[in-house]
Design a protein around this ligand. Structure first.
Ligand code: ADP
Ligand code: MG
Length: 313
């Protein structure tokens, strides 16, 4: 392609909200064999919503939610935010009242309803831990609980499996080292996701999904989209290794992601595509920035490269 063709393509991209960082990135996209998608916030809307709350002890539901919300109050994770929002609604929005959807208690404003927590820690790929009145509370996945010696009964395990098989994430809660309850969280797919996966197949490109979420949920989501190749329970640092494993035979690999966790993988990929609504660090690590937060632009990016480098000479 001539420099003019590259300039034209870059301009066409920009007009569509596809920012291309240089001619090399534009050239590599035509040769992509695998496109690896992050799940949360990339294939899904990243708008996690609590759909299920189940308490397994005698604890009152409201108190359970306050405990979990207090533990998640300092979390930056979308799952933590979803839980906090759900608990806030449970306590402060009275559906029977006429002030539908408005705040009806000033306490909500200053978080006065939450417990004081100490020694908060966010454990990447696992969940959160902190202490309330000297009692430990753990909120996260099976790995978090088992690493901390908490027993998961068959009843709880069956409940979590059922959530996961319907594409939800099960979040387990241990309070004072007793498994107290489980929350189910759903994160809807982006509307265009399955069309884009179909489109890639038709272009001869193989879509792959990578996620820190558990295998069962990951498989359920991948199945809905028609993605055959899934890598789940990948620790945040492991996404770059997944990219490298696909590059081993010399294949050109693209990675699409949005979060801080995704930036090493975006940098490791031959073509890194950051979803525009994502974090600055992801945007910095990427070769392409998709400003519109629309997955169709992954196809636009590959198309643009193919057209620039194989037809226009
Ligand atoms: P993803 O790749 O889907 O963004 P993460 O690596 O961020 O996944 O998280 C992996 C898993 O760790 C989540 O699916 C969840 O089970 C657990 N987890 C992480 N952070 C939290 C949190 N703040 N609260 C509850 N669970 C969490
Ligand atoms: Mg993500």
């Amino acid at each position: 392609a001539t420099p003019t063709a590259v300039m034209v393509a870059t301009g066409v991209g920009a007009n569509n909200g596809v920012l291309i960082k240089g001619g090399d990135a534009l050239e590599r996209a035509q040769m992509v064999k695998y496109v690896i998608f992050d799940k949360t916030g990339t294939l899904t809307q990243g708008k996690a919503t609590v759909t299920t709350v189940k308490v397994f002890t005698g604890m009152e539901r409201g108190e359970f939610l306050t405990l979990v919300a207090s533990a998640e109050a300092s979390s930056e994770h979308p799952l933590g935010k979803a839980i906090l929002q759900y608990a806030r609604h449970f306590h402060f929005f009275d559906e029977s009242s006429t002030t539908n959807g408005t705040l009806n208690d000033a306490k909500e404003l200053n978080s006065g309803w939450l417990h004081d927590v100490s020694d908060f820690s966010a454990l990447p790929g696992r969940g959160v831990q902190c202490f309330i009145d000297g009692k430990r509370i753990l909120v996260g996945n099976r790995k978090l609980l088992s690493e901390n010696g908490i027993d998961i009964s068959t009843e709880v395990e069956n409940f979590v499996v059922e959530l996961e098989e319907s594409a939800k994430t099960g979040i387990l809660v241990a309070y004072d080292d007793v498994l107290t309850g489980v929350l189910g969280v759903a994160d809807p797919l982006k509307r265009e996701a399955s069309v884009v996966i179909d489109g890639l197949h038709k272009m001869g490109v193989i879509p792959v999904m990578v996620t820190g979420d558990n295998w069962r949920t990951a498989r359920a989501v991948a199945k809905e989209l028609g993605i055959q190749d899934v890598r789940a329970e990948v620790m945040p640092a492991g996404k770059a290794d997944v990219v490298r494993s696909f590059q081993k035979d010399g294949s050109i690999v693209a990675m699409v992601g949005d979060g801080i966790n995704d930036s090493p993988a975006l940098a490791a990929a031959d073509v890194g595509l950051a979803i525009g609504a994502g974090t600055d660090i992801a945007i910095e690590a990427a070769d392409y920035v998709l400003m519109r937060d629309n997955l169709e632009d992954v196809i636009t990016a590959i198309d643009l490269s193919r057209k620039t480098f194989s037809r226009i000479r």
